[in-house]
Design a protein around this ligand. Structure first.
Ligand SMILES: [Zn+2]
Ligand SMILES: [Zn+2]
Ligand SMILES: [Zn+2]
Length: 607
């Protein structure tokens, strides 16, 4: 099977373009959707596109040429109307080449549209889109419904409506048929599915001038630059879009602003390079940093209230050849703290976690790749313990939030307070539970295992599965027998993006394609798949927020013996599965089947 790993032009994520999904912008000339930011590369530079196709493997080239070979416009219209996905069209084309059946009939047989709707689309193929519009080409009733001024602004014209028993469709001439936001607005205003056609910009505007009084277009007022306002907008914009991080990075020509939303970096509209100096100044002033020192990194924290929610901003500045970079971590204090029962553990997993926390001793490991919600799990455990009468002490880097009844301390290596010093000092006060937000080296790893004989130790590690977390601790320098004696529980977790409930719909993918995307035959069989087609609620991403999935390994005697023998991660995982462990991989497939997430999220996690 071909593999073609490329780097996304937008978010710089690396993905396999063979397995990725085709976009629906222009079915005759489609590109691939990045599974991280869900942008296709239709808008990328010609240079990027040229290079992509130059090195593309045969599979991709042949799929593209079979799309280009379609003579009529039926497939294209169905894809543009979001009735059929490009993958489904490709599967039907493949079928067609074997059976010789009609394309439309094959799509009807697959349940993607009704026979009546097929007739509507066949009629739609032949509606005229002239280079000069007059009344007979335009649906003026819909024009008034949408509002002529809006049509002029967005350069669009309603052409004709087609009514089926369940859905109605509006053929819409647009200067930019790829403009999904506009498509969505028109579809809401008219209550119909929009089928975008390309319409000449000049022709559309000249016709609409007859309907919009002169002076209808407003004159924008000149403003003086409000730098504080720009800074405020960057921060509140991130909070409103639920971003977890803001990155402000100058390069030679731009002041780039990116938000991390649900784990993915997005470029946002950047302020002008000439305003860089005053903007960075205002930001540093807000963060109470030393304004005139840009040669050393600085850090600061502040709390901000917006619409009844409290946010903590952890702000870091560091030197950059083109000025100074600033990164801001945004923690919503009102939702960051959750109860252990609310973070997404299944009932069985919750029971195992509570047993380990209630025990007198034992080592509990929390693990996952960076930025996959481990801190939320740690704090949920702290909250659980804060209501017991236990003495709980923490060593954190940094302390995200203060919790009543917990003795929290922040690691500060520049003052000589590192994890091992901290650990040695808190052991002396006989705590019942110790939290460690990291296990940085061999000495800490061995100490943690030893003291887990006397109290409960909860430690966080950066690792991709429960079994490999155990191996990681061994590789760090703790002995197999020590780990085996101490270990009481390992949690591994992942955050996966949640399909937007406002625009989610069933979106079947053929079994052969699922297998190409990395599923086994058994896993692919009968799997239901859904996708969000994008709406205002989700900023046209098709996703809103994330859900956590967990695998929780609680070793029995057998497994402990395997660990003591120094078994590999694969052996440990197989043993644990025999013992009832449900892996992240199968949890993720469950969530796909329930319509809560998509196959792209599965691919991204590489379970
Ligand atoms: Zn991307
Ligand atoms: Zn595209
Ligand atoms: Zn949506």
């Amino acid at each position: 099977m071909d593999e073609y790993v490329i780097q996304c032009w937008n978010c710089l994520g690396e993905f396999d373009a063979v397995a990725a999904v085709w976009c629906s912008c222009d079915p005759k000339n489609p590109t691939k959707l990045c599974p991280y930011c869900l942008q296709c590369f239709c808008q990328a530079t010609d240079d990027f596109k040229g290079r992509f196709w130059q090195y593309a493997p045969a599979t991709l080239l042949s799929e593209r040429s079979s799309l280009r070979r379609i003579k009529d416009r039926l497939g294209e219209l169905l894809v543009r109307a979001h009735v059929v996905r490009v993958e489904q069209l490709l599967a039907a084309l493949e079928r067609q080449s074997q059976t010789g059946d009609k394309l439309g009939q094959l799509l009807v047989n697959n349940g993607l549209l009704s026979g009546e709707e097929l007739d509507l689309f066949l009629q739609m193929q032949s509606i005229p889109v002239p280079n000069e519009f007059s009344k007979e080409y335009v649906d003026t009733e819909q024009l008034h419904k949408i509002n002529p001024e809006f049509c002029l602004q967005r350069k669009l014209l309603p052409l004709q409506t087609f009514h089926g028993a369940n859905r109605s469709f509006l053929a819409l001439a647009m200067a930019n048929p790829q403009d999904m936001e506009t498509v969505e607005i028109v579809s809401r205003k008219t209550g119909m599915r929009v089928v975008p056609f390309y319409g000449d910009e000049f022709a559309v505007s000249s016709f609409l001038k007859n309907y919009v009084p002169p002076g209808g277009a407003r004159i924008l007022e000149q403003e003086t630059t409000d730098y504080q306002g720009i800074v405020r907008k960057i921060i509140t914009g991130a909070i409103k879009r639920h971003a977890s991080d803001i990155h402000i990075e100058p390069d030679a020509n731009n002041l780039n602003v990116r938000y991390r939303i649900d784990g993915v970096l997005y470029k946002v509209k950047s302020p002008s390079k000439k305003d860089q100096g005053p903007i960075l100044m205002n930001l540093k002033k807000l963060a109470k940093m030393d304004l005139y020192n840009s040669r050393i990194p600085q850090s600061s924290k502040m709390v901000l209230k917006l619409e009844e929610q409290r946010y903590q901003l952890n702000i870091l500045s560091f030197p950059n050849p083109y000025g100074e970079s600033i990164s801001i971590k945004v923690v919503n204090l009102s939702t960051f703290l959750r109860n252990l029962s609310e973070i997404g553990l299944t009932e069985g997993q919750l029971g195992l976690a509570e047993n380990s926390l209630d025990a007198r001793n034992g080592l509990v490991l929390i693990s996952g790749p960076l930025m996959n919600g481990c801190a939320t799990t740690e704090y949920a455990m702290m909250r659980y313990l804060s209501t017991s009468n236990k003495k709980v002490m923490t060593l954190e880097s940094p302390v995200f939030s203060h919790i009543k009844n917990i003795h929290q301390s922040e690691i500060n290596p520049s003052l000589g307070f590192d994890f091992i010093t901290g650990l040695n000092s808190i052991i002396r006060s006989n705590p019942d539970v110790i939290f460690m937000s990291d296990v940085p080296d061999a000495e800490v790893a061995a100490t943690v295992c030893k003291i887990a004989a006397k109290c409960v130790v909860i430690a966080s590690l950066n690792s991709i599965s429960a079994a490999s977390t155990i191996v990681l601790l061994r590789e760090l320098g703790a002995s197999s027998s020590l780990i085996s004696q101490a270990l009481s529980l390992v949690i591994n977790q992942r955050l996966i993006r949640k399909v937007c409930p406002h625009c989610s719909e069933k979106s079947p993918i053929s079994e052969s394609l699922l297998i190409r995307m990395g599923l086994s035959e058994d896993e692919a069989k009968g799997l239901n798949t859904y996708a969000g087609h994008g709406c205002k609620e989700c900023n046209y991403l098709g996703f809103t927020g994330r859900i956590a999935i967990f695998e929780v390994l609680s070793p029995d005697q057998n497994l402990k013996e395997m660990i003591a023998r120094g078994a590999s991660a694969l052996e440990i995982e197989r043993g644990a599965v025999r013992n009832g462990l449900v892996t992240l991989r199968s949890r993720c497939l469950d969530k796909i089947n329930q319509g809560l997430t998509t196959i792209e999220e599965f691919q991204k996690c590489k379970f």
